[in-house]
Ligand binder design. Structure first.
Ligand SMILES: NC(=O)c1ccc[n+]([C@@H]2O[C@H](COP(=O)([O-])OP(=O)(O)OC[C@H]3O[C@@H](n4cnc5c(N)ncnc54)[C@H](O)[C@@H]3O)[C@@H](O)[C@H]2O)c1
Length: 240
């Protein structure tokens, strides 16, 4: 597979390593210091683009790929306030994209278990629910995209929760997300159900970036040659 990497930071480099190990070809690397790469002939030859940059640039990169007819896997988080606009541009331009707040297979299984646990716990309002995420200090967005997905799943499966807030709260209809930034942590997500009697803790810990990169390459193989909008649930054959 011929891949264009958009964003050549920590994730771009991890994806390059995984993709090359699997025999794929990185035909272009575009980073903040070489935007002229978008005009390179290799950009049109790419069978798929993989984008891990920054929240302010990701929507623009998605639309550029729709215009060029290059399917794009996007892992950048923190831009979902522009989701509707990007979806309508994709549809209008006949484009193709796959976004995941987290590409790791383990986290996507964790998402499924989170929905099930939320349904089981919903009738038991003696438990206070708390969501915690810990990431490295360079992370630009808070809460993490993964924490937002977890929170939205919880809210969809527990009618007592109406919205999430990224701070401590005493409002029973608000779901509290606490974000911590600690040097070098690739990503920890924890859901806590706490009562006076006992506590249930449900945690996913990423040990490195290889899981995200492997999932992104898996998603690229899935997306190649397709049009439309997809998720990791489609890649893994899980119900949406
Ligand atoms: N979905 C997932 O599984 C997942 C996993 C890890 C990180 N992320 C997200 O991916 C994004 C990148 O993470 P990272 O750890 O690689 O960050 P990073 O800061 O190490 O790398 C980002 C790279 O993007 C480049 N960049 C910034 N603006 C650009 C632009 N306009 N054009 C081209 N390149 C540009 C920067 O120069 C940098 O090299 C973040 O939003 C992060 O939250 C998602």
């Amino acid at each position: 597979m011929k891949i264009a990497l958009i964003g050549y930071g920590k994730m771009g480099k991890a994806i390059e390593s995984v993709a090359m190990t699997q025999g794929h070809e990185i035909i272009l690397r575009i980073d903040a210091n070489n935007p002229e790469g978008w005009q390179a002939p290799e950009m049109k030859q790419a069978e798929v683009a993989i984008e891990f940059t920054a929240p302010e640039s990701a929507p623009h990169h998605l639309v550029k790929c729709f215009e060029l007819g290059v399917p794009i896997v996007c892992g950048t988080t923190g831009w979902l306030n522009q989701w509707e606009d990007v979806v309508s541009r994709c549809t209008a331009l006949g484009g193709s994209f796959l976004y995941a707040s987290n590409f790791s297979v383990g986290v996507n299984l964790f998402f499924e278990l989170n929905k099930q646990l939320a349904r089981l716990m919903a009738p038991h309002d003696e438990y206070k629910i708390l969501l915690e995420e810990i990431h490295h200090t360079e992370k630009k967005d808070a809460p993490s995209g993964t924490a937002i997905t977890l929170a939205e799943q919880l809210i969809a499966n527990n009618s007592a929760k109406k919205n999430w807030v990224n701070q401590p709260t005493t409002q029973s209809d608000e779901l509290e997300i606490i974000s911590k930034r600690i040097d070098k942590v690739p990503g920890i997500h924890k859901i806590l159900y706490q009562s006076d009697i006992d506590s249930i803790e449900f945690t996913h810990t990423a040990h490195n970036r290889i899981g995200f990169a492997t999932g992104a390459v898996m998603a690229a193989k899935f997306l190649k040659g397709k049009t439309g909008i997809y998720t990791m649930q489609d890649v893994l054959g899980l119900s949406r």
